[in-house]
Design a protein around this ligand. Structure first.
Ligand code: LLP
Length: 431
């Protein structure tokens, strides 16, 4: 199986985190998101331990909560003692409601509104990640009005193009995120931030993209960033205490994706980064990383009920499910690939090829293409694996379809952490 929290039992049913998925579908209904708390904690711990082992004291991961945002995840992050990255008032308000200490919260985004800035300062968000000059001006002014000196990092684009889907590349010179080193604007803006009375610069941040399997783009980004840190030190006399290398490690969605050992990768990257610092003549700062996907993706699974099965003679087959792009827009956006199983037919031969289609009035509403499966029928339970990242967090109400609930499993006990939306919820804000 694709991940060690997925297996099958004596009834020929798919299990997830040791639980029978068919029984969970019966208990909670479908569509249903499942999350495996022990898997999330396992990933957090392996990042934490590896970063402590291979990077200087104080280095640690932050959870990029855009991958999965609900109160439960901030409770887990708090319990495990890691910081979080948030990108909107909505995300950090959720964290606040979960009792997460706001001083351990980083605030990202390429266009924070004045209201966001004010709300974040009011609630004691620990560190802003400044994206651009307009934002710096607004932050300095609002922090001044509120009588606060706000800690911040500056987001820099190192000019790296990792080999991943173009829509999830973020560190190229022409990216909408951050300021470019290459054009000299990053250095200029650093000087301006250092002159701000109400902003205290701690260091720099970069994030090159997502679903990256190789070490090389991180190592190249490190080299660019340390070169930049050295230049800042030489020309502005500012020594960075922190460098955040962003997130981005890939996860195994299908058998075609490589397995990735995060500790091994971190060790590999750390070895090169330490040498790069020597080369650039600077002391290695505290290193932060911001994994999102790799902490939660394989800790998630989505269950659907099969509806109509359509065979278009001589063309193709569709298996329609009771969810689709509203709960998982990733095929529509990136043609993402997934592993799909018919949860109640795990011992049957996979002799039927079909696209898994959602229920929206939209041809692009496909969950997965060309899937080999036992021939399903109405009422079967279809499972899509590795949906813990960027599924619930990107869910919408397109076609006014209510969002599925999230059930968290821990030590073979299941609990609702996000309730199922109802049609009343859908109309709640209509006047
Ligand atoms: N830090 C920053 C500043 C980011 O923008 C992101 C992701 C991360 C960290 C976490 O990256 P990760 O470890 O998850 O790769 N919706 C897309 C992914 C977009 C990622 C956006 N930024 C998807 O479903 O594939």
């Amino acid at each position: 199986m694709i991940c060690n929290n997925v297996s099958l039992n004596n009834e020929g049913h798919l299990t997830f985190a040791g639980m029978d998925t068919v029984l969970l579908a019966q208990k909670y209904g479908t569509p249903l998101y499942l999350m495996d708390e022990n898997k999330i904690r396992e990933h957090i711990r392996s990042y934490k331990e590896a970063m402590l082992k291979y990077f200087p004291k104080g280095s640690a991961p932050e959870f990029a909560s855009k991958a999965f945002s609900a109160k439960c995840i901030y409770e887990i992050a708090n319990d495990e003692g890691i910081d979080i990255d948030t990108v909107s008032s909505g995300e950090f308000y959720t964290a606040l409601k979960a009792g997460f200490p706001m001083e351990r919260c980083f605030f990202h985004g390429n266009n924070k509104t004045d209201a966001d800035i004010r709300f974040a300062i009011e609630n004691g968000v620990g560190c802003f990640v400044i994206d651009n000059e307009d934002e710096m001006v607004a932050l300095n002014q609002i922090a001044g009005e509120m009588g606060v000196v706000q800690k911040a990092l500056l987001r820099v684009s190192p000019g790296i193009d990792p080999h991943t889907h173009q829509k999830i590349v973020t560190g190229s010179v022409d990216s909408k995120f951050g300021v470019a080193i290459e054009t000299g604007q990053a250095l200029e803006l650093t000087q301006k931030i250092l002159e701000c009375e109400n902003v205290k610069l701690l260091g720099f941040h970069c994030h090159i993209g997502s679903q990256i399997f190789e070490s090389e783009p991180f190592v190249t980004a490190g080299d660019m960033m340390f070169g930049f840190l050295a230049e800042v030190e030489k020309s502005l006399g500012f020594t960075s205490e922190m460098l955040n290398l962003g997130g981005g490690f890939g996860v195994k969605y299908t058998e075609d994706d490589p397995e990735i050992d995060y500790e091994e990768k971190i060790c590999e990257i750390a070895e090169v980064l330490n040498k790069q610092c020597e080369k650039h003549g600077i002391a290695i700062p505290k290193i932060k990383m911001e994994p999102g996907r790799s902490l939660v993706a394989d800790a998630g699974m989505t269950l659907y009920t099969v509806g109509s099965v359509k065979e278009i003679t001589g063309y193709k087959n569709y298996v329609s499910v009771d969810g689709g792009m509203p709960d998982n827009p990733r095929f529509a956006l990136y043609e993402s690939k997934y592993t799909v199983e018919i949860a109640n037919k795990m011992n049957e031969e996979k002799n039927f090829v079909a696209d898994v289609a959602g229920r929206c009035c939209e041809s692009g509403d496909i969950v997965a293409e060309n899937i080999n499966m036992p021939k399903p029928q109405r009422g079967d339970i279809l499972a899509v694996l590795t949906t813990g990242a960027y599924n619930y967090s990107m869910a919408s109400n397109y076609n006014r379809i209510p969002k599925p609930p999230v059930v968290m499993i821990k030590d073979k006990a299941d609990r609702i952490v996000v309730k199922r939306e109802t049609v009343e919820d859908i109309c709640r804000l209509d006047v």
